[in-house]
Design a protein around this ligand. Sequence first.
Ligand code: UT7
Length: 338
Amino acid sequence: MALNFTPKNRNSRILAVGAYRPSRIIPNSHIVDRIESSDEWIRERSGIESRRFAGPDESVISMAEAACSQALTRSGILMTQVDAVIVATITYPFQTPSAATELIALLGNPKAAAFDISAACAGFCYGVGMASDLIRSGSANYVLVVGVEKLSDFTDPDDRGTAFIFADGAGAVIIGPSEAAGIGPTIWGSDATNRDAILMTPSWIDLKNPESLGWPDISMQGQTVFRWAVYQMAPIALEALTAAGLTPAMLDAFIPHQANMRIIDAMAKSMKLPETVAIARDVRVSGNTSAASVPIAMDSLLTDRPDLHGKTALIIGFGAGLVYAAQAIELPAASSNK
Ligand code: UT7
């Protein structure tokens, strides 16, 4: 027998964004000696000039808490009104319980639904899609989605392919119900044939072996990921726009995963974005913060360009798996980013 209830079938939108950037600013000059590189090479190949590394007193949880608190304050929603918290991270150093359950206790609502997702640099956009659908269906009214990474814990400072790219930080959004459509359909998927392109090894099991080669660090086949991102991700971004009934000419901002300035520029070119579209280029000063990069870049863009509040943006995350997710969104309203 069919169940006897009416699905909510309502819209959702991002009410506010918050970010936390660790206080330690690390210029390229602090990295180059150990990897036989140069400031010029890093700027030219990645667009990165500096990044933030968390200190010993800045953890995945403390950074997530700061970003969530800012998003909550800006939204005017109380933590006690939040039904679910989704944490996107690959650097919380415990397999279980989840980072989300540690976070809700600190934020003051230990009864909220809480779980982590492992979708690397796409994790935040995966979370936005899930939160939006939870709200649209009526399973939740308000959902916090936080992308947070302390990649400096899992990056080998002697690895030329990763030491200059990865960085730390947190970004969060609060998502709630809305009259108008504020989050478009999620276009998402994977390319598991390239699963080896970004890996964290050895495994926890390997670590139990006393002869283990050591700590799990991230390694990356940079060129494989670069080519995949440049050629495969622009069509996905355009698909997300079309799914939301938009064209590039109707877009105000493009906030892609902040992996590499050359990838950002190549995507914008391939999508034929008009010059009027503001492009988030936060990678220059934040590096690649994986799951945190899109919300941190969103926060930076709204700080630099307050006129973009309430305007239309496209967000897309892509990374280890390889996995990706993209949505068209309405950026949070002006009153929120104070
Ligand atoms: O966030 C998850 C998704 N991640 C990404 O989207 C990252 C995608 N990949 C990239 O952004 C780029 O591949 C990197 C920025 C990581 C590397 O840039 P690249 O242009 O792909 O460099 P490459 O690995 O092709 O190396 C080019 C040259 C090589 O020298 P030769 O063989 O041309 O003489 C390397 O040995 O640069 C050399 N090289 C370096 N030189 C100075 C490689 N790493 C370095 C280094 N410093 N750190």
